[in-house]
Write a protein that binds this ligand. Structure first.
Ligand code: ADP
Ligand code: MG
Length: 493
């Protein structure tokens, strides 16, 4: 163990082929509590050798293991049992998630509830993977079968650690795939805790492997591995582009969810109180570390001034605090890197626009990566703070004239993950929804996400969809089967 690490810090192993193992190099790396800046765990530092071992185990489990012949009913039951375990252990998982990410405990509890719901949903969907009979003109029957893609490599981010794991594992397992999951290096521990139950709930060895490591030394070899059939990634746009390039050599199926710069659009006729709440919730929930954060707040000119003032007034009352305090609405950012990144955008913003509120570190905390909820106004949509994903509590308020102007600004972004529209006029709401190029559009709300409904982006926010029946499709191949019913020879020669 590296020097200076407290002895009560738990050292984890990772989970490969149903066994707990160290990395082959025996190296570990530290995991932090961002509210105290202290090390809370050590995890294996997996590299390409460990990736090979995990992929070999997933491949064997797919090809030879009992998983391939497990019925859809049984796969479903396995997922139900895993969901039960997660519900029974909500308090423990939520506390670990809050300590490790910095998110408020109350939100972490919601997240863990959503994790269980996701496994339940896909447990139910396992028995609803349907094929087709294709209406071909000959005396033949043509069938379409749906089959699991094979070994899935799954790389996830740090903002909703176990939930992003569930979004990827649950549909893959329901489809009959086997998995190698790599959590983000900042937040690997809840996935490792969950691995304690995988054998008990009935997953054969190798069906789910969880490896801990860094992007370049562990994520990249997973993406490049020839025996990985599909890669599912949620993370930054920069890494998403690298992944597509790396996956090209082996023609892997890839799905990407890459975040955004989502417009939250407020027309003058919106319910004012609800609108202010929606603007703040949209961008400051989870400390703004949300891929669909409503970070561009577009406000129609007649209410613009009043809107900015009301946002500032309410933002001042947001309770920043320790993640485990039940009154906390915003905790620290996840890591020193993320803190530095957000702080630097706060400084960029001061040069590009007017600062209405916040703009620095939250100084009342002696330790921890706390930043103030920050609001810039009179932001031009061409500014860096309006174009680049900050992934922190920084709102950029942009005025607009009319519907046409709002749509133009909203769509003027390389991203297209999400958007929201606030108005009492249903016709205007729907015209705007249709004009916006984004994968999710809320009307008079922002952020609710349901396992039953599709999630994913347009443009550089990625491709493919997670959740709902769309999510399982991404783990299925399509096979056509032709059955000749004509008893005569073909008669070709
Ligand atoms: P951030 O920079 O905010 O941490 P990333 O997109 O870098 O966001 O991280 C999301 C996930 O992608 C993490 O699990 C990380 O380890 C992984 N990752 C980062 N770089 C690479 C890479 N070159 N290849 C594969 N995975 C990577
Ligand atoms: Mg990175």
């Amino acid at each position: 163990m590296p020097g200076g690490v407290k002895t009560d810090v738990k050292t984890y192993q990772m989970y490969i082929n149903g066994e707990w193992v160290a990395s082959q190099s025996n190296k570990t790396f530290p995991v932090y509590d961002p509210s105290t800046e202290e090390v809370i765990a050590q995890v294996p530092d997996a590299n390409a050798e460990d990736v090979n071992r995990a992929v070999a185990s997933a491949k064997a489990a797919f090809e030879d293991g009992p998983w391939a012949t497990t019925t859809a009913q049984e796969r479903g039951r396995v997922l139900f049992r895993l969901a039960d375990k997660i519900r029974q252990n909500t308090a423990m998982l939520a506390e670990l998630e809050a300590r490790n990410t910095g998110k408020p405990i109350v939100e972490a509890e919601y997240d863990i509830g959503d994790v269980a719901t996701c496994f339940e949903y896909y447990g139910g969907l396992a028995t609803k993977i349907l094929g087709y009979v294709n209406p071909v003109p000959d005396n033949a029957m043509s069938l379409t079968l749906k089959e699991p893609i094979g070994v899935a490599g799954q790389i996830i981010p740090w903002n909703y650690p176990l939930l992003m794991g569930a979004w990827k594992l649950a549909p893959a397992l329901a489809a009959g795939c086997t998995c190698v999951l790599k959590p983000a290096e900042q937040t690997p521990i809840t996935a490792l805790e969950m691995a304690n139950w995988l054998a008990d709930v009935g997953l054969p060895p190798g069906v789910v492997n969880i490896i801990t490591g860094f992007g370049e030394s562990c994520g990249a070899p997973l993406v490049q591995h020839p025996d990985v059939n599909k890669v599912a990634f949620t993370g930054s746009a920069a890494v998403g582009k690298i992944i597509v390039k790396m996956a090209a050599d082996t023609v892997k199926r890839v799905t990407l969810e890459l975040g955004g710069k989502s417009p939250n659009i407020f027309f003058a006729d919106a319910d004012f109180e609800a609108a202010i709440d929606g603007a703040l919730f949209g961008v400051f929930i989870n400390q703004g570390e949300v891929c669909s954060a409503g970070s561009r707040v577009l406000v129609q000119k007649p209410i613009y001034k009043k809107f900015v003032d009301a946002m500032v007034e309410k933002a001042k009352k947001i309770k920043l605090g320790a993640p485990l305090d039940r009154d906390t609405k915003m905790g620290p950012l996840v890591s020193k890197d993320q803190y530095d990144r957000v702080r630097s955008y706060q400084e960029v913003g001061k040069k590009e626009a007017k600062l209405a509120s916040g703009g620095g570190r939250a100084e009342k905390f002696a330790k921890g990566y706390y930043v103030e909820p920050t609001i810039f106004y009179d932001v031009d949509n061409s500014a860096r703070i309006a174009r680049e994903e900050i992934f922190g509590p920084v709102a950029t308020v942009i005025p607009f004239d009319d519907e046409k102007d709002a749509v133009k600004i909203a769509n003027d972004s390389p991203y297209g993950l999400a958007a929201a529209v606030w108005t009492r006029d249903i016709f205007k709401a729907f015209r705007t929804v249709k004009a916006i190029r984004a994968g999710i559009v809320w009307i008079n709300h922002m952020q609710p996400t349901y396992v039953e409904a599709p999630w994913g982006g347009y443009k550089q926010s990625g491709f493919g969809r997670e959740l709902g029946p769309w999510g399982i499709e991404e783990y299925l191949e399509t096979k056509q089967v032709h059955i000749n019913l004509n008893e005569q020879p073909i008669g070709w020669y």
